[in-house]
Design a protein around this ligand. Structure first.
Ligand code: ZN
Length: 132
């Protein structure tokens, strides 16, 4: 699934709107319904209105009825594989498990795969808000 997920992330990257940073990011998430949703970063002149590719992909999936993230891929046009920012890690934590695999790749084919818990140990998760 990693290869297909990375392919879909690169497809998403083609639509990146990044006139300010010139960082073209794509992401794809495999969800519990078996579907893959992709996204790109969408920057905004206000900067604060910018949304990362990972969150675009996740919000597309959730808004279409998917519930849980099974696997994540993030790609960029940078030399080194591009990791999700802290904000996106928190959003991934809402829908993923510690065992969810996260794949990071660059256009040269270099990639790195790690468990979400390695990327974001001791995440603040929905379980923290459940009543004792
Ligand atoms: Zn982000």
């Amino acid at each position: 699934m990693k290869a297909e997920l990375l392919k879909q992330a690169f497809e998403g990257q083609k639509h990146a709107h990044a006139p300010y940073s010139q960082k073209y990011i794509g992401a794809a998430v495999l969800m519990d319904n078996g579907k893959i949703y992709n996204g790109c970063n969408v920057e905004n002149a206000s900067y604060g209105g910018t949304v990362c590719a990972e969150r675009v992909a996740i919000f597309k999936a959730i808004s279409e009825g998917a519930k849980k993230i099974k696997e994540v891929a993030v790609v960029s046009n940078e030399k080194n594989p591009w990791p999700p920012c802290g904000f996106c890690r928190q959003v991934i934590a809402e829908f993923a498990s510690p065992e969810t695999m996260v794949h990071l790749a660059n256009p040269q084919g270099q990639s790195r795969s790690l468990k979400f818990t390695e990327l974001f140990p001791e995440a603040f998760e929905p379980a923290h808000l459940q009543k004792p």
